[in-house]
Design a protein around this ligand. Structure first.
Ligand code: 9PG
Length: 784
């Protein structure tokens, strides 16, 4: 028995029996005992299993390794005996000394004479029997557990399931599955059985603790996790994809990882997310961008004129809303796959548009999906050998899109890779785009017969990604979309983390609604918002989150309450703010919904019920400036009918005390304390509340909020109070007018706004409103 430790975890390895155990030293956390590893491969079609029982360890090396990214790691390296086919294994186990993480990986080397095909490398197997199991601090019934399932790619459903429920799997089979599911990850249909990609979190609902298992990268393999709460089985493996391991060749898994977590912590997955960021050398941009995207109004019907007219409006409204990125989406290319020829609606191609956008000092952006192929494209006919094939030589199915069953490129065909390289390089160097929304990446990681059979799907996709980054250079902004998450970390600047939004709340495909209501990834506001909230914590750890576009126009099928919920979810989670309406025809009151979100806060709000709800409904953002500290709280009514919302301090873990709140969308002012929760009657279906909440501090003047920005306070750049003289400066990166709300318990005398006399209006006892005009800034003086 060998044992290594850090301040919070211990790892015990039994080399003779071939298992290891991970125990957090604090008993409030779950532990996993008698973990087995394993490897499944084939040789001449026969299946072999290795490492299942005893490892036949031949050499052990215990020591400390320094890894630049992760600091010191206590490690145990085992070299195990070759099996009868000459396949040798190494197992490296480690505990980070500065972080509460256990990591391990398996290396496989083929010393035999013949090539083998890797099916999967198991990094963690417990069967729930005898002592090979997870032990939870409270009782073990499925109902007491929770499973966080991370979907494979941007659009895949992600969130918590109660342990006694079942996964919501799309019923659209071959139309949808190739798009959103990793073919290596099972799709369980039974209650209590769950799966996840790259990482999963399992929580004990009573103890409020749990653990995360997963991978630090997805460079070599796509990782899968499966749990059966009925039997207690838990498995995690690297998908081998039948990649050939030739005689003399080696392959290694990405690091597997275990970390305990506290579910009610401010940022429960932080340790893992940071470790992945270190492992993949992530550099996130400073600010979330503000942009316009053509897709959700024009769809494939967009024309060069539409882009030009919106550009003109964007230029004209710079003062009111400084949109930086003008992004042309799908619809300019003659066919998906044929990226160098254009539709007649773009008679001169897209380069002149990029130039016009640049000339206005804005950033030209374009959508490209170089890995996916429409079978009606020229590319399909001219380069059939670039297309990934199935067993009988038929093209792979990449799912239903643009009214056809699509297919994908085989990036291991050198000419296909060169083509992808040339497409993105041309968009940047010849057409002049500086922002690329690159979509349908999953199509470069489909299951099929690759030209180069020695590569796993994860290696193919990562290689494609690296080629793209190299082609465009470090200064072009890359937005990943339709993309397996792990492959993108460290390469893209922004990443779509959910399904498409649309002008409908529920799925609506050409009027088909009832049948599709539960579909988890069909474009609609509900599906998009769900992932935005369940993946909010990835923001700024791995990239800038792209929650997908904001639609505010009155003509969509979304109610005003639903539009406000979409805006609230996008604003509160701090990611990219991309507007996708026809800006030339937007009524002022709808445009204002977009304006008040700018600038979005730097950090994502904390999702209070992340662990307890399939779609979270409570967000809390902590802010502070010269006017003091305050909280922005959101509460959503996700039910399909109107409902009352009772807002309490405890639901947001706010400390006891007397608070004053202002609701942003309806302007209601109210007090809130531990004795007195706040009741909001009849919040419409899919509607929300958005409040600024401030603690009352004696007789001090207080800023209570405004209708200028949804956080109701970030506009306060300076705030001085001396005796009864109150001076403040409001500052926003846009021009706007509205009202601010002040609590002035010591009464008030003369008021000046930008040096001119102004009038306060008493709205409640001690509370006044003041009309203001902010042109970049606004100076306010309230004299006693
Ligand atoms: C352009 C769009 C937008 C959008 C992307 C992506 O057919 N389908 O199943 C399908 C799924 C997603 C999809 C399009 C089609 O959306 O997420 O923002 O860029 O492509 O075609």
């Amino acid at each position: 028995m060998h044992s290594i430790q850090n301040a919070s975890l211990s790892l015990n390895v039994d080399t003779e029996n071939g298992w290891f155990s991970i125990k957090p030293l604090d008993e409030r956390f779950p532990m996993i005992e008698k973990i087995r590893v394993g490897c499944k491969y084939t040789l001449s079609r026969r299946r072999y299993r290795a490492l299942d029982g005893s490892w036949g360890t031949e050499a052990i090396h215990q020591g400390t390794t320094g890894m630049v990214e992760h600091g010191n790691i206590e490690t145990l390296m085992l070299r195990n005996a070759e099996d009868g086919n000459g396949i040798g294994f190494t197992l490296t186990l480690g505990i980070m000394q500065e972080h509460p993480l256990v990591i391990w990986k398996v290396g496989v080397v083929n010393h035999g004479r013949r090539a083998v095909k890797m099916q999967r490398i198991d990094l963690l197997k417990v069967n729930g029997k005898q002592d090979s199991r997870v032990t939870y601090p409270s009782a073990q019934e499925p109902a007491n557990l929770g499973f966080f399932s991370n979907g494979w790619q941007s659009w895949s459903p992600t969130g918590w399931y109660s342990g006694d429920s079942g996964m919501n799997i799309s019923r659209l089979g071959f139309l949808q599955h190739p798009m959103i599911y990793n073919p290596g990850t099972p799709l369980p249909h039974r209650r209590g059985v769950f799966s996840s990609d790259m990482f999963a979190v399992i929580g004990d609902r009573a103890a409020r603790t749990g653990f995360l298992v997963g991978f630090l990268a997805q460079k070599n393999h796509f990782g899968s996790i499966a749990a059966d709460f009925n039997t207690g089985a838990l498995e995690m493996w690297a998908n081998g994809d039948d990649a050939v391991l030739a005689s003399g060749a080696e392959i290694e898994t990405d690091w597997a990882v275990f970390t305990p977590l506290q579910l009610d912590h401010r940022a429960p997955m932080e340790r893992y997310l940071e470790a992945v960021a270190r492992e993949n050398h992530v550099r996130t941009p400073q600010e979330s961008p503000l942009g316009w995207c053509s897709w959700y109004h024009y769809y494939t019907g967009v024309t060069a004129r539409d882009v030009e007219e919106n550009l003109k409006t964007i230029v004209d409204m710079q003062e009111q809303l400084p949109i930086q990125i003008v992004q042309i989406d799908d619809g300019f290319e003659s066919c998906v796959g044929d990226w160098f020829t254009f539709k007649q609606t773009f008679p001169e191609g897209v380069a002149p548009l990029a130039e016009k956008i640049s000339r206005e000092g804005l950033i030209p952006g374009i959508w490209l999906a170089p890995f996916i192929v429409n079978p009606n494209s020229q590319l399909m006919h001219q380069h059939r050998d670039w297309i990934l094939s199935r067993r009988l030589g038929r093209p792979v199915n990449a799912g239903y899109g643009w009214n056809v069953l699509t297919t994908g490129l085989d990036m291991t065909v050198p000419d296909a890779l060169t083509y992808v390289h040339d497409v993105v390089k041309t968009a940047v160097s010849e057409w002049g785009f500086k922002f690329l929304k690159l979509d349908f990446y999953y199509a470069a990681g489909l299951k099929g017969r690759y030209h180069d059979r020695t590569k796993t799907r994860a290696q193919v996709l990562r290689m494609g990604m690296e080629t793209i980054r190299e082609a465009v250079g470090p200064d072009v902004t890359l937005l990943g979309c339709g993309a397996p998450l792990g492959s993108m970390v460290g390469i893209v600047d922004l990443m779509r983390i959910g399904p498409d939004v649309s002008g409908d709340w529920h799925p609506n495909f050409r009027g088909i609604k009832k049948l599709l209501k539960k579909e988890p990834s069909i474009p609609c506001a509900r599906n998009s918002i769900r992932n935005n909230l369940t993946r909010a914590n990835l923001h700024r750890q791995w990239w800038i989150n792209d929650p997908d576009c904001l639609l505010v126009r009155p003509e969509s099928n979304l109610t005003l309450a639903e539009v406000r919920s979409l805006a609230t979810a996008i604003g509160m989670t701090g990611g990219a703010l991309m507007i996708s309406d026809d800006l030339t025809a937007l009524p002022a009151e709808r445009l204002r919904i977009a304006q008040v979100l700018h600038p979005v806060p730097h950090e994502a709000a904390r999702v209070m019920d992340w662990f307890d709800a399939e779609t979270p409904s409570r967000l809390r953002l902590d802010l502070v400036n010269g006017s003091g500290a305050w909280y922005v709280l959101a509460a959503f009514n996700w039910s399909d009918r109107s409902a009352d919302i009772l807002l309490s301090l405890a639901d947001y873990s706010l400390e006891e005390g007397e608070y004053l709140c202002r609701e942003f969308w309806n302007g209601r002012l109210a007090g809130l304390s531990n004795k007195q929760p706040l009741l909001f009657k009849e919040i419409p279906a899919h509607g929300c509340l958005l409040l600024a909440v401030r603690k009352v501090t004696g007789d001090q003047a207080m800023y209570l909020g405004s209708d200028l920005h949804f956080c109701q306070g970030v506009e306060v750049a300076e705030w001085h109070q001396e005796g009864n003289l109150l001076e403040m400066t409001l500052r926003l990166p846009r021009s706007t007018s509205g009202e601010v709300f002040l609590r002035l318990p010591c009464g008030t005398g003369q008021v000046r706004v930008n040096g001119n006399p102004a009038a306060l209006t008493l709205v409640e006892q001690d509370i006044y409103s003041l009309p203001v005009q902010v042109d970049g800034f606004c100076y306010i003086q309230v004299q006693p």
